[in-house]
Design a protein around this ligand. Structure first.
Ligand SMILES: *[C@@H]1O[C@H](CO)[C@@H](O)[C@H](O)[C@H]1NC(C)=O
Ligand SMILES: *[C@@H]1O[C@H](CO)[C@@H](O)[C@H](O)[C@H]1NC(C)=O
Length: 379
């Protein structure tokens, strides 16, 4: 919706904002290193004082966080610098209005109720979001979580959630959503007694449905220990793996539902990063990466190429990438097969089939694959 407008402004902005940022940072750096440097809690320079400003000025917390910070002990050889530059996503400055709203709060008080604003800003590319010096209010009557192992398969208490960002206001509504005609991301995921109960467990006659035990049996017993589920809905994959003593971190956004809080309440780890963000893991570390549905044809092909390379990067040699029900339309088959095949995985399993839930005439397809990172791929 706002893309046409932002495209029109983008050239001037892309030149202007780095300049503005650089300039205001220099100024802040100068001020904060001067003897008159502001106290711990007060704010430093704002961009208001740069008097060439066509867009809303950014609140003082913007430069308070992003301005270069001289290290108290001076030059640090690990950092190879005597200054820290706290990061925010480069595109943040393309959304000055939202960014301003996000950073307009009182220091050392309760954060505004702005989960939706924050998520939209992040999804548009302002990732990471700037840190803030405020406290998200806890839900009223936050209860102790259910203990393990019951927590894995029980609904949390309604009073453990801030509901304001979602159309549902309790878990009963989220569970019932599976019957609704309206589209909601992962709309049957909150019903832990429905489809979630059988996913990846119950043998299926459909060749695209691999079971967890079938995939684990491709590797020596016990050697798949840690991994990542990209876009893991309500966390059921991680829960099933935990039942097998395997630790999985689940990335999820809160698309009209408290996915992150729900995953955490089950007793597995949610990670709030979008598909655009570089995976926060070191090279050659994870045994398995799984992704169902989220890696699909809504992602620009070039970005997808970067994503698959990033998955390859974080997997250890011999680690596996389970690409589960990757969907696209028939004509895109060649394009996507090329993207996936070009990265250098070995195909251990590769199944292609029709996606029929929206009818044959949509000509939708799925790929389910198990891809292995080669053991030998040295410099
Ligand atoms: C910050 O907030 C805490 C908790 O409300 C309070 O105890 C403290 O005095 C505040 N500090 C400052 C510097 O305002
Ligand atoms: C998981 O680990 C526990 C504790 O070591 C052990 O008792 C249990 O049998 C293991 N479960 C599986 C499925 O391996």
């Amino acid at each position: 919706m706002d893309s046409a407008k932002s495209r029109r402004c983008s050239l001037s902005q892309s030149l202007f904002f780095p300049f503005l940022l650089f300039f205001s940072n220099l100024l802040t750096f100068y001020l904060s290193s001067s003897p008159f440097s502001p106290s711990f809690f007060s704010s430093t320079m704002t961009t208001d004082s740069v008097d060439i400003n066509p867009t809303p000025s950014l609140p003082p917390e913007f430069s308070a966080f992003t301005s270069p910070k001289p290290l108290p002990l001076g030059y640090n050889p690990n950092i190879d610098s005597s200054t820290l530059h706290p990061p925010i996503g480069l595109p943040c400055l393309q959304f000055p209005k939202e960014l301003s709203t996000y950073l307009s709060y009182t220091i050392n008080s309760s954060c505004p109720d702005d989960e939706l604003l924050a998520q939209k800003l992040l999804l548009k590319g302002c990732e990471p979001l700037p840190r803030r010096r405020c406290r998200p209010p806890s839900p009223k009557n936050f209860p102790e979580p259910s203990p393990l192992p019951q927590s894995l398969w029980s609904l949390p208490s309604d009073s453990s959630i801030h509901w304001s960002a979602y159309s549902c206001k309790n878990f009963k509504c989220l569970v019932e959503r599976k019957h609704s005609k309206a589209f909601d991301d992962c709309k049957d995921c909150f019903d832990l007694n429905g489809r979630e109960k059988t996913r990846w467990i119950t043998p299926s006659s459909n060749a695209l449905d691999f079971s967890i035990d079938e995939v684990l049996s491709l590797k020596p017993y016990g050697t798949i220990r840690i991994g990542l589920d990209i876009g893991g809905g309500s966390g059921t994959f991680a829960v099933r793996m935990k039942e097998r003593n395997i630790t999985i971190v689940t990335t999820s956004m809160n698309f009209n539902g408290p996915f992150n809080s729900f995953i955490a309440a089950r007793g597995v780890v949610p990670l709030y990063v979008s598909i655009s963000q570089r995976l926060p893991f070191f090279d050659n570390t994870l045994d398995i990466v799984h992704s169902m549905h989220v890696l699909s044809n809504w992602i620009p092909t070039k970005l997808l190429h970067f994503v698959v390379f990033d998955v390859y990067r974080v997997l250890r040699p011999g680690g596996i990438f389970w690409l589960d029900h990757f969907f696209f339309v028939e004509e895109q088959m060649e394009e996507y097969a090329k993207v996936i095949e070009s990265v250098g995985f070995e195909k251990v399993k590769w199944e292609v089939g029709r996606k029929l839930d929206r009818g044959m005439e949509m000509r939708e397809m799925y790929i389910s694959a198990v891809l292995e990172k080669p053991l030998k791929n040295s410099w």
